[in-house]
Design a protein around this ligand. Sequence first.
Ligand code: PMP
Length: 392
Amino acid sequence: MFDHLKAQPQDKILQLIQMYREDARDGKIDLGVGVYKDATGLTPVMRAVKAAEKKLWEVETTKTYTGLAGEPAYNAALCGMILGDVVPMERVASVATPGGTGAIRQALELIKLAAPDATVWLSNPTWPNHPSIIKYLGMKMAEYRYFDAETRGIDFGGLMEDLGRVQAGDVVLLHGCCHNPTGANLDAAQWDAVVRLLAEKGAMPFVDLAYQGFGDGLDADAAATRLIAKSFPEVLIAASCSKNFGIYRERTGILIGIGDAGGKGVLQGNLNFLNRQNFSFPPDHGARLVTMILEDDALTADWKAELEEVRLNMLTLRQSLADELRRVTNSDRFDFVATHRGMFSRLGLTEAQVVRLREEHAIYMVGDSRINIAGLNARTVPLLAAAIAQVS
Ligand code: PMP
């Protein structure tokens, strides 16, 4: 049987990690992999997470199964963090999922159950796992323009033109904040216009919120998601705690479905059903830590303070890279780095330039010239800027 299997294409980022590991040069710089790293290159366990883990070890009395939807306290705490009070909770169904990816996968399966012919619209570019899962599920997809290769900002004219072709009942996947891979994000007026257009078209928004707290702050980063949540009769939100709680390997996410009050029972039942088919009960450890942090004022304050340090560190690195590039290229070509938000920026270099950076300077970034800002530190910012100036 196994000889009928076809080799799967290698994940480009995992391939890059491998190449980086095998590179024996001193001073090599990894700007590829999408995890937060501090100035020493480590991805630490957050203080509040450690404290919650210690407490959990003391108070946990059983490891029997949770509910199919996860623990209600987790869902309530996370829905509160994401939605604030913009929608009445009677309209909100939710399930805990294994990471944000699990939530995305379940959302797409729900769409497939409800409307197998719906087209899912993705930004061009987007996180490669979006099209990959959609293709795997055999669903229809289309692209809307997003990134302006000239300005490295949003191609808003192209985006609106393409979303103008969306049909009633289509699904439009939007990054709630901190767009991956570009780092370019819609401003408030642009979000308003997109929401008006999609509402007019009768489309359903599907928000991927993987970096809340990494851009402009916890509430600011949820603003677009909240606007969407209150503006449409039906919305799906797939959120991840991997980055903002730094619990990547605990696989902690949530899928939120907003429908009309009467639909909640059926919607919730379908979300539970999908969990049951795919993995039965969702993982609990990470979800429990998140709940303990969000339910305890002191832990919440400490977590928020550390998350803010992380966010400000990335902003400082952005500004110093933009300043350094301005200095070494004697131009404002790279000023966009300071206005991008989140962990990533697409620099707009050619594939050949990316290869030169790797081969000649031991600087590793994804082939589309996406860099992980958190992979930098005060020492490596000038090295990167000088190398970019040399190859571009
Ligand atoms: N969406 C986007 C845009 C992401 O970048 C990621 C993580 N790389 C995820 C979702 C999912 O994250 P996870 O499954 O690790 O929680």
